[in-house]
Design a protein around this ligand. Structure first.
Ligand SMILES: [Zn+2]
Length: 118
């Protein structure tokens, strides 16, 4: 085998010749062996690690959404209770307090509408 050739064996699946060497030039040396870009063990490991992290992120996001979904009915009830409290408070709130309460109520009402798909 040419020293400059990629050392990776490729399985052919044929009976007569079960494997052959990768025909590409070895562009990187690892532990005295040459590998082409595709078969570079370091690059392969990095790619696997990157894929693993991406899968992990997808799962983390799914877990987060699932938790939120589970809590949604309670959150909505809590928000509606807060809405009622603030509406009562609005009748006695004055000046800055009234304005702040009004702004909070707008946000709460928007969120409730969104949650109920109206
Ligand atoms: Zn190769």
């Amino acid at each position: 085998m040419n020293r400059e050739q990629c050392c990776k064996k490729i399985y052919t699946g044929s009976w007569s010749q079960t494997s052959r060497s990768c025909s590409r030039a070895g562009t990187v040396e690892r532990d005295g062996k040459f590998y082409c870009k595709q078969h570079d063990p370091v690059r392969i490991k990095e790619k696997q690690e990157k894929d693993r992290l991406e899968r992990e992120q997808v799962w983390e996001e799914r877990r987060r959404i699932k938790k939120l979904e589970k809590a949604a009915p309670e959150l909505l009830e809590a928000l509606k209770a807060a809405e009622r409290e603030l509406e009562d408070w609005m009748s006695v709130a004055k000046g800055d307090d009234e304005e702040k309460t009004r702004m909070t109520l707008v946000t709460i009402k928007k969120a409730i509408k969104k949650a109920e798909g109206e």
